[in-house]
Design a protein around this ligand. Structure first.
Ligand code: SDX
Length: 430
């Protein structure tokens, strides 16, 4: 148990701040009175040493390479559970009983359709619009259709909004894909499980029956589990900050989608596959590894490195196993990009630069190869990440909204701009 306060000598004297201990993981120094006590701010661009909130949802041990959803190891949930059970766990904190799970699955199933008027939204986009641009637009627009679940002070409306988001994201994601490839939208089917329904909405066509491959549906479901939540990452922090102003949940999730799109975050799966394609062959790997190490070259190995994991991302290991399962089921004997990925991983993990900086493959390194094998174009990869992460965003948003101590997030700054000066009339400016 840490000493219950930290002492700081700054400015005019000594100040003591409470140290708070979590159930596991690093303790925190509560500095909320620092500015009042010292007239100074902390300074931590990128929040490398800052805990923005207290949470009970997800725990990551970056040194050990551990990921727990409500205390359950990701490996066990991926092996024994399914995505909707994981959604229930993240939202309510406990694994559901059979009756609770059946009820939850039923409620999600009957919210999968979107308002028919929303179909016209898609018609406004160019066919070659990036599906993430479509997701940002249509998810934000949900608040224009579902007014009866935007009052965040009403627990019932919060629950309805949460279910609607989890249920409708696959439908919107599949519609973004169908619109992009110029095929008709496929409606959800209530007789299919969550991931089978998603694959059916993406790959069925009106001209013939489409039978979902159960092995691929299981792989899709496991990929959703791996992406479901990840404590206070950039997009989750975006959702929390947007929600702290009282914005409705649909608008907050749209903000999270926008943040996830960046190549340093959820866009890395798309960027990692493009990188493997650019490398092109195993013998080109040394050149790209050298570029990744060159300070003067902005090139980075996409799918490598992580702010928190300084060990192997446990999700990457499960993703690699899933990748082999999917390729095996599809009879893809040798995927040149997988060969490059595995050789690149081997070289990088034995290279002094990556060892010293503790750069390991993250979840995005193998996901692209797997998603491409499942039939998705590269520009749909981050859409699938957003689909899965919606439950994490909603669970974290709900935890924040239900926290009686939460206030609007409003960071301060270190100002280094011009000091006060008077306006100069234009004819006197040089
Ligand atoms: C996700 O936060 C989450 O939890 C995110 C996520 C989730 O589930 O929500 O896990 C999902 O976003 C995974 C990460 C996907 N991004 C990528 O794969 C893009 C490539 N990786 C990097 O851009 C980078 O590693 C980050 C963005 C992931 C982490 O950046 P940090 O923590 O700010 O680390 P950094 O940029 O300060 O790098 C530390 C050092 C630097 O060298 P020095 O300045 O110390 O000399 O490591 C180097 C970097 O140059 N480095 C890399 C590298 N990543 C970091 N060098 C080469 N290739 C890389 N990929």
């Amino acid at each position: 148990m840490a000493d219950n306060n930290a002492k700081l000598h700054v400015g005019s004297g000594d100040h003591a701040f409470n140290v708070l201990d979590g159930s596991i993981g690093p303790s925190v120094v509560n500095i909320s009175s620092l500015y009042k006590d010292t007239g100074m701010f902390t300074y931590d661009p990128g929040f490398t040493s800052t805990a923005s909130c207290e949470s009970k949802i997800t725990y990551i041990d970056g040194d050990e390479g551990t990921l727990l959803y409500r205390g359950y190891p990701i490996e066990q949930l991926a092996d024994h559970g399914d995505f909707l059970e994981t959604c229930y766990l993240l939202l309510y904190g406990e694994l559901p009983t059979k009756a609770q799970k059946d009820d939850f699955v039923n409620r999600v199933t009957y919210h999968t359709m979107i308002h028919e008027q929303m179909n016209r939204f898609f018609a406004g986009f160019r066919r070659d619009a990036h599906p993430m641009a479509i997701m940002c637009g249509t998810v934000g627009a949900l608040s224009a259709f579902y007014h009866d679940s935007t009052d965040i002070t009403d627990p019932h409306q919060r629950m309805v909004a949460s279910l609607r988001m989890i249920a409708k994201m696959p439908t919107i994601a599949a519609m973004a894909y169908k619109y992009h490839v110029g095929q008709p939208f496929v409606y959800p089917r209530n007789n299919l499980d969550y991931s089978s329904n998603f694959l059916h909405m993406c790959f069925a066509v009106p001209c013939e029956e489409y039978k979902v491959n159960p092995v691929l549906a299981r792989a899709m479901d496991r990929i959703f589990i791996l992406h479901a939540d990840h404590e206070q990452n950039a997009s989750t922090s975006t959702v929390r900050l947007a929600g702290s102003s009282g914005a409705n949940p649909f608008a907050c999730i749209a903000a999270g989608i926008a943040c996830l799109w960046g190549p340093a975050h959820g866009g890395a799966n798309e960027a990692a596959l493009s990188m493997l394609a650019e490398i092109g062959s195993v013998d080109q790997i040394p050149e790209y590894v050298a570029r990744a190490k060159d300070k003067n070259d902005p090139f980075r190995l996409m799918g490598f490195g992580h702010r928190v994991y300084k060990n192997y991302d446990p999700r990457a290991k499960i993703m690699q196993k899933t990748c082999h399962e999917v390729l095996g089921e599809l009879g893809i004997k040798d995927d040149p990009l997988l060969d490059i990925a595995m050789e690149l991983e081997k070289i990088a993990l034995n290279d002094e630069y990556f060892i010293e900086k503790k750069l390991y493959p993250n979840i995005d390194f193998y996901s692209g190869i797997t998603l491409r094998a499942l039939g998705f174009p590269t520009n749909m990869f981050t859409v699938l990440f957003a689909l899965a992460r919606t439950v994490g965003w909603i669970a974290q948003w709900k935890e924040m909204v239900e926290d009686p101590s939460q206030r609007i997030g409003r960071p301060r700054q270190l100002y280094t701009g011009a000091t006060r000066r008077d306006y100069t009339p234009i004819d006197q400016r040089r």
